[in-house]
Design a protein around this ligand. Structure first.
Ligand code: HEM
Ligand code: FES
Length: 781
């Protein structure tokens, strides 16, 4: 848990700052910075995560008197909010954030404006059945049909300006192409693009902006017209619903399920869908291009290796996404980030701030296209409402980047100041001026270039795209059977900073065999990463490969860093315990504890002194705080004695062999929950507790094969291991993406997606979490 979260009294968050004289609705004082927060001002518009850095660090949730919302800024809190769509209702997602005056309201009424529930702002139990009914056109196979159109449009639009030497990418391409694709996806005839652009900006300002009183009426007219336009398109579609597009698909589904796909839904979605599918994607591409051109080295890298594009897209969406914040309504009293919120509280959850939370992303402000958890970003939301169109958006952005990197690698950003449509949520520069020397256009010399195609990836990026090649600068024995490696970037550039407890994935000879190693050494030293590798006699051969084959001067492919074993720097006292090679993460924690001036003890056990790595440098650094427990010198670590007395505010971190960790868990049984934090050597697949599960098998009727599902594996991962592609998003039973149809056998349902009645039919299941009650299931796959 974050530093500040432990301290405040319930309901009274973070009042240790200069105060503003305002109060929260719960009667607590509001800090000056919270009172000053104004998302319609330039600071937020230019860079929301930077504008909210203070909050992420000191006041992770605060009341904004200007907005009348609680503002939530940290990753963990925001993900928890997304995860629970009952306590945190999405119903206000499209509501006007700034109430408008009577005149504007009367204008809207005169158009019969009645934008209501779509999907994004629909509550359960109505939302999930609708989402699932309408999901099919978003599956990877269905999306592939849109690829040729996206490519064709990208090609044509670039053709129009490639010989000019300059362009405003937003005006000349990025607005119109995603709009055309969106209309195509929805099945809407391509109407006057400029009018639709005007309409959708008005919709954004109406729902998420703060129009001045004199603007409100004009905005209301545009929104009213947009509403009527949507109604007319819908009427036309109803006359012949057999044609293409997601909206006609909805109309056809309405015939079978009128209570799920309602008239109000269709009309509202017709309007909201155009914005959802187009503005988001146009802005995302403009943000991505701006970011990439501001980092010319990275731009050059993706120009040279288009295989990197798919992960670069994720990193752009994380670093500078096009949806900066989203909204939820609290339906029952609940604690968020240390503040107790009453029912009825409105939340602005600033996903762009969460995306820069250093608790979730190593060196969070760094733009790193090889970040291997870039796709953990919350720009598409998360859980049951997570963006359904995300893979269409990803496909479009990839194709645009591919076209630009291939045909205009010499493009650069022109001098300019960026402006944004002032609003809380939809964010991208209104113009993006770029320039280049047309005489250098590669296709003038190599016309064949135009035929080159990098296949797009529908879905999340491949592992390759997040892999970095490092140089082994040193490989030195660190103890018996332990090799210490020092890795640097081949071009001498700095590596992402990491936090103690982080690990990297190392490819041992090829992509099929990778092993995880904790980083040791100095986290503040960005020039090199260090790992220490124990040769494991009965491992899968990864460590043997490193010991036998790898030498200084070789290249090594790695992914990460990632951290699932974080140090709570606010702990009053730390007991750090390592067994054997488990010293690697623990040594980094001890170094950090020392640098922070924390009270800590370091216990390091091993069988023989000669087999214990890092001993000398640890004793030089930690002196008396280090206690070595060397088995054959008769000094075993007596965990029971060490931990006999539970201490409040003391945390125990441990890494080592399974036996030691089990003993520790027993020794800590009387300690407060959460006091003990351990890192297992063996990877735990998902969060399955194998001791409580049983293995079963699934017969795949269409494929004619039977796949075993071991007790420690999810059905989803077993299916994927058998080469059956199943899309997934949340992998924790929230979003409905991984649904499979069941033909036989009894399902043990564990998801939050299906209703009780649906479960009882035993015809469908969520493969990421649900299992078989008996020994066998038959699936339609
Ligand atoms: C929902 C962002 C592109 C269709 C959402 C949500 C966000 C979002 C933040 C709400 C998530 C939540 O509440 O958890 C984006 C971004 C895009 C994008 C950043 C582009 C980069 C698209 C496209 C389409 C689309 C291209 C359609 C073709 C939808 C739909 C939902 C949704 C239907 C509602 C899902 C539900 O509530 O079940 N999107 N979106 N989006 N988006 Fe997107
Ligand atoms: Fe989300 Fe399974 S329910 S992936």
């Amino acid at each position: 848990p974050p530093a500040a979260a432990a301290a405040p009294a319930r309901g009274c968050p973070f009042a240790s700052q200069p105060l503003s004289g305002h109060q929260t609705p719960t009667g607590c004082p509001v800090s000056q910075r919270a009172a000053d927060f104004d998302p319609f001002e330039d600071g937020y518009q230019q860079d929301p995560p930077e504008y909210l850095r203070w909050a992420r660090e000191q006041e992770p949730i605060f009341w904004s008197p200007k907005l009348g919302y609680w503002v939530v800024t940290r990753y963990e809190d925001i993900k928890a909010i997304f995860r629970d769509n009952i306590t945190f209702s999405p119903s206000i997602a499209l509501e006007k954030i700034t109430p408008t005056g009577e005149e504007a309201n009367a204008v809207l009424a005169s158009y019969g404006f009645a934008l209501n529930r779509t999907l994004v702002n629909e509550d359960e139990p109505a939302h999930m059945p609708r989402r699932r009914l309408l999901m099919e056109p978003f599956t990877p196979e269905a999306l592939r049909h849109h690829e040729p159109l996206v490519r064709k449009l990208a090609r044509e639009y670039v053709d129009r300006f490639i010989d000019d030497g300059h362009a405003d990418l937003v005006d000349q391409m990025l607005w119109e192409v995603p709009l055309t694709v969106a209309l195509h996806f929805l099945g809407v005839p391509e109407e006057d693009m400029d009018t639709l652009r005007k309409y959708s900006i008005a919709h954004t300002v109406n729902a998420w902006g703060r129009p001045k009183p004199e603007e409100q009426v004009a905005v209301a007219h545009a929104v009213g017209n947009f509403w009527q336009f949507a109604g007319q398109v819908l009427d036309k579609m109803r006359q012949d619903p057999s044609g293409p597009g997601w909206m006609r698909y909805g109309i056809r589904k309405q015939v079978e399920h009128p209570e799920v796909v309602t008239d109000s839904y269709l009309h509202s979605m017709m309007m909201a869908g155009i914005v959802a599918a187009h503005e988001t994607t146009a802005n995302a591409t403009a943000n991505a291009m701006k970011l990439l051109l501001q980092h010319p080295d990275t731009w050059r890298e993706i120009c040279e290796d288009p295989g990197l594009i798919s992960n670069a897209v994720e990193e752009c969406l994380r670093h500078n996404g096009s949806v900066a914040a989203w909204r939820r309504l609290v339906t029952k009293e609940v604690e968020v980030g240390g503040a107790l919120l009453p029912a009825g509280s409105k939340l602005l959850i600033v996903t762009s701030s969460a995306n820069h939370d250093s608790q979730q992303f190593a060196d969070a402000d760094l733009f790193d296209i090889r970040r291997d958890n870039a796709s953990d970003h919350l720009t598409f939301g998360y859980g049951s409402h997570q963006c359904m169109g995300k893979n269409l958006a990803r496909m479009e952005i990839q194709i645009f980047l591919e076209e630009f990197t291939r045909r205009l690698p010499h493009m650069r950003l022109a001098e300019q100041r960026f402006s944004y449509v002032p609003n809380t949520s939809f964010r991208g520069p209104e113009h993006l001026w770029v320039e280049w020397d047309p005489a250098q256009n590669p296709e003038r010399r190599h016309p064949g270039l135009l035929d080159v195609r990098t296949p797009v990836r529908v879905g999340e990026p491949s592992r390759h795209a997040a892999t970095r090649t490092l140089l082994v600068e040193r490989a030195t024995p660190a103890a018996e059977g332990v090799l210490r490696l020092r890795l640097v970037a081949p071009d001498g550039r700095a590596l992402p900073r990491w936090t103690p407890g982080a690990h990297i994935d190392v490819e041992c000879g090829g992509p099929e065999l990778s092993r995880q190693y904790s980083l040791c050494g100095d986290p503040d030293h960005a020039q090199a990463w260090e790992i220490a590798v124990l040769r494991e006699a009965d491992g899968r051969g990864g460590s043997a490969w490193i010991h036998d084959r790898l030498k200084a001067g070789d290249r090594l492919r790695v992914r990460g860093p990632r951290n699932h074993f974080r140090l709570d720097e606010a702990a009053r006292k730390l007991i750090l315990i390592a067994g054997g090679i488990g010293i690697t993460p623990v040594s980094a924690m001890a170094r950090r504890a020392r640098a922070l001036g924390l009270d800590y003890q370091l216990h390091y056990s091993g069988r023989r002194r000669g087999a214990m790595a890092l001993v000398e440098e640890l004793s030089a650094l930690h002196g008396d705080r280090l206690q070595l427990h060397v088995g054959d010198e008769g000094r075993r670590c007596d965990l029971a004695a060490l931990l006999a007395q539970p201490e409040a505010a003391t945390q125990v971190y441990a890494c080592g062999p399974q036996r030691m960790l089990q003993a520790l868990e027993a020794a800590c049984a009387g300690w407060p929950e959460d006091a003990l934090r351990i890192e297992h050597f063996a990877s735990t697949v998902g969060t399955l507790d194998a001791s409580r599960e049983h293995a079963f098998e699934v017969e795949l009727r269409d494929s004619g094969i039977t796949v075993p599902v071991p007790a420690d594996r999810t059905l989803l991962s077993a299916l994927r291991a058998a080469n059956v592609d199943i899309p997934s998003d949340c992998e924790e039973g929230l979003c409905g993406t991984c649904e499979v149809r069941v033909l036989g056998g009894e399902v043990d349902h564990r998801d939050l997606v299906l209703t009780r009645a649906e479960r009882e039919t035993q015809t469908r299941m969520m493969s990421c979490c649900s299992r078989a009650r008996g020994g066998r299931l038959v699936l339609e796959l």
